[in-house]
Design a protein around this ligand. Structure first.
Ligand code: ZN
Ligand code: ZN
Ligand code: FE
Length: 752
């Protein structure tokens, strides 16, 4: 007989961990007590099989738990108990126990498909191992009264499950059943429809080619039959979304395999409780091309809730699932809002009466070089925290406000960093409102009050304005941080690079970010630690003719590139239908034409040269993604284009001349695109290696939006095979992680 006190750390609250401990103790004949506290879970245990118990606490933990450590200390003084008990949580003690939303679990699926079960075909079935969490939480601590489920009173059957420690639904806050829980109904232009089985009817309407609005976990989707050309085209034209790829949802992996290559790792990630949209290489049967024009990969997800699973079971084919919003605006979450805004797009609404507390877009991920990499971090990932790197644990709490197009907020405290869910594009006024609301929301949920505030150097970002406002209101200092320093600090922090581990040679290949020299940066080699950086290299800067217009119109960047390397005559020929003269005059006078070293804009220029780019991009990255798709089939068989390198400056002049020769010899656009990708990857990596060696950097860090390009990332990782390279996995390489970088820099500066 042994007595121990066991401390379990990690994500162990609100995930059914205490009942799991209770069951385990019963199985192993152990007595004692388990309780939640501010540091996780604390167990007092006595029995013969303590070692077995301790091992199982980690190895057999419930699906949604993330156990970081289990430490047992002998405690002979503990009084021997007759039984094992679960202590009530003392209110106000627990730090937070809000966890991300999770996909439906296999036990619940079995129940939903069992005609004899109480929850047969019930769309809101869940248990402690699955179901909605963050999307229904209104306040903390996390219990039923503080979720949108407080509107539904548990029936006697649900209550007895809820109160039974041996039950899978013990303290499952969203517990519900057909007798007491939320309900689904259909509406169309004529109002609510009186139909026996609304889900079966929704599936019938999808077969008829209708466009449906479906109320999901974190917001509304517009859905239609992915095999129906006409329906998909109608959805595109109604939504005024000419080209941006649509995501797809399928019932199971076997269905996805008919249309895409799915490795074992990818299959696992599809089935992860987060259920992200996973970008998978198209292969096999083809879907309607208008689902994702000029893309080599399609975004697939599995049903994110029983509601979606039932619709897909009845429908039997993959669905297009795109967010339900007006162009540029945030996704709609309320029923009334949906009726008002989405009516022009949809034939039928599939609604339910469980309110969504918080807007959460679908997360997007992909696997590159065997590592899963989040591209958009929202439903299923937020509000997970990351531990801060060694050396920052004692920093004061920081709030950081991120960048612009892919905004997010980051809060740090108690040696953890909480990167908010994706908050969207701040060029939209409603999104800015949402951003401010999310700021208040997170501060309350996390009980956070910052002692330092961080933002971008860019003076006109709405995120900067919010940071200035908060700094004023709270009377705490504001730290302005260079965009690409923040990018690299984010990838360092995500990889737990300790503060005393020396500098990292950061490679930021990006769209646009404000520099410290009144030019716009985006192809940077920065020797970084958490408090400072030196710009040791960059791409040769060229004008950005027309400023913001050059961000939308790729041909402007082609003009700038050709003009800057002595190919003015070619520019005139290629761009003879464009206002080249007036633009050059503006550039000469320095009107609205800042210099930029952006690699993203160089992708635009090459894409424009090859006729792959649209006149005006309908979404960020459109031209670059078309270029990558064209390059894909040629990547292994081509000679890379050359760059000149002098004094840390990467000069693409030789590349442009070689590219012109290839165009003149009618080399295939895809081959040219591939020679560009490989040439860029080689030049960037060779320069990074040289700069790292010259400056004593022990690692190279990759960040910036261009690393969403899986081909580029993969080529770069290959080129630096025997080097220590820090890359993004849990946070996006794009501006979605800039707030994390800002937060750790501000924290480090406070400790300095
Ligand atoms: Zn479940
Ligand atoms: Zn019930
Ligand atoms: Fe950026």
């Amino acid at each position: 007989m042994r007595s121990v006190r066991i401390r379990v750390r990690g994500q162990v609250q609100g995930v059914g961990y205490r009942p799991f401990v209770w069951r385990l103790a019963h199985d192993l004949g152990i007595s004692g007590i388990v309780r939640n506290d501010a540091d996780g879970v604390l167990i007092e245990a006595s029995g013969q099989r303590i070692d077995e118990f301790t091992v199982a606490l980690k190895n057999q933990a419930p699906a949604l738990a993330k156990v970081i450590s289990v430490e047992a200390v002998d405690a002979p003084e503990l009084a021997q108990q007759a039984t094992f008990e679960i202590a009530e949580t003392e209110t106000g003690v627990a730090r937070t126990n809000v966890t991300p939303d999770a996909i439906v679990c296999t036990d619940c699926i079995a129940e939903i498909n069992d005609p004899n079960a109480r929850r047969f075909r019930y769309a809101f079935t869940n248990c402690t191992n699955c179901g909605p969490r963050f999307s229904i939480v209104e306040s903390i601590p996390y219990d039923r009264a503080s979720t949108t489920m407080h509107l539904f009173e548990m029936c006697a059957d649900c209550r007895s499950e809820y109160e039974d420690p041996a039950d899978r639904r013990f303290h499952a806050q969203p517990i519900a059943c057909p007798a007491c829980g939320p309900k689904v109904w259909l509406e169309d232009a004529s109002g609510e429809l009186d139909i026996g089985d609304p889900i079966a009817e929704a599936a019938r309407r999808l077969h008829d080619g209708q466009i449906l609005a479906l109320k999901g976990i974190g917001g509304f989707h517009l859905a239609c039959d992915a095999l129906n050309d006409d329906a998909v085209s109608r959805l595109r034209s109604r939504k005024h979304r000419p080209a941006k790829p649509f995501a797809l949802m399928a019932l199971d992996i076997e269905t996805i395999r008919q249309y895409a290559l799915v490795s074992d790792d990818e299959a696992n990630l599809l089935q992860d409780p987060a259920a992200p949209v996973l970008l998978l290489e198209a292969a096999g049967e083809t879907l309607t091309p208008s689902i994702a024009p000029n893309q080599w990969a399609l975004g697939w997800m599995l049903p994110t809730s029983p509601f979606h699973m039932l619709i897909l079971q009845d429908f039997g084919r993959p669905l297009v699932m795109t967010s339900g919003n007006l162009s540029g605006e945030p996704q709609v979450i309320g029923n009334d809002e949906a009726r008002k805004k989405l009516s022009p797009f949809v034939d039928t609404f599939v609604l339910h009466d469980r309110p969504i507390a918080r807007r959460l877009d679908d997360s997007v991920a992909r696997i590159v070089d065997g590592v899963s990499r989040v591209q958009r971090r929202a439903r299923g990932y937020a509000p997970d925290t990351l531990s801060l790197p060694d050396g920052l644990a004692n920093a004061p709490p920081v709030a950081a406000y991120g960048a612009f197009l892919k905004s997010a907020i980051c809060l740090t405290q108690h040696s953890q960093a909480l990167l908010s869910h994706h908050l969207g594009d701040l060029s939209d006024a409603l999104t800015v409102e949402e951003f401010e609301k999310a700021d208040r929301d997170y501060a309350v949920l996390m009980n956070h009050s910052p002692e330092v505030i961080a933002c971008d150097l860019h003076p006109d970002y709405p995120s900067t304005a919010q940071a200035e406002y908060c700094s004023d209101r709270l009377g705490v200092p504001l730290v302005r941080i260079q965009h690409h320093h923040a990018h690299i600090a984010a990838v360092m922090a995500e990889n737990h690079w300790p503060t005393d581990a020396g500098p990292v040679l950061g490679v930021a290949l990006d769209g646009l970010g404000w520099g410290t020299d009144d030019t716009v940066w985006g192809g940077e080699f920065l020797l970084c630690d958490y408090t400072s950086f030196v710009r040791v290299g960059h791409l040769y800067p060229v004008p950005l003719p027309g400023g913001g217009a050059a961000q939308r119109e790729p041909w402007r960047n082609l003009l700038a590139q050709l003009d800057s390397c002595g190919l003015e005559d070619r520019a005139e020929l290629l761009l003879k239908d464009r206002p080249v003269g007036p633009l050059r005059a503006a550039v000469d006078k320095g009107v609205n034409s800042p210099l930029t070293s952006s690699v993203g804009r160089m992708f635009d220029a090459v894409s424009a040269l090859l006729g792959l780019a649209p006149d005006s991009q309908s979404y960020e990255g459109e031209a670059a993604m078309a270029l990558e798709a064209a390059a894909r089939p040629f990547l292994n068989e081509v000679e890379p284009y050359p760059f000149d390198v002098a004094n840390g400056m990467l000069n693409p002049a030789p590349l442009w001349h070689a590219m012109m020769d290839d165009v003149d010899s009618s080399v295939a656009a895809g081959a040219i695109a591939a020679r560009f990708h490989v040439g860029l990857a080689n030049a960037v990596c060779d320069l990074a290696r040289a700069l790292a060696e010259a400056n004593g950097a022990k690692a190279i860090g990759f960040s910036g939006g261009c690393f969403q390009n899986a081909s580029l990332l993969s080529l770069c990782l290959n080129r630096l095979e025997n080097r220590k390279v820090l890359t993004h996995s849990l946070t996006p390489p794009n501006d979605g992680s800039v707030a994390l970088g800002q937060a750790v820099i501000a924290a480090a500066k406070q400790l300095n």
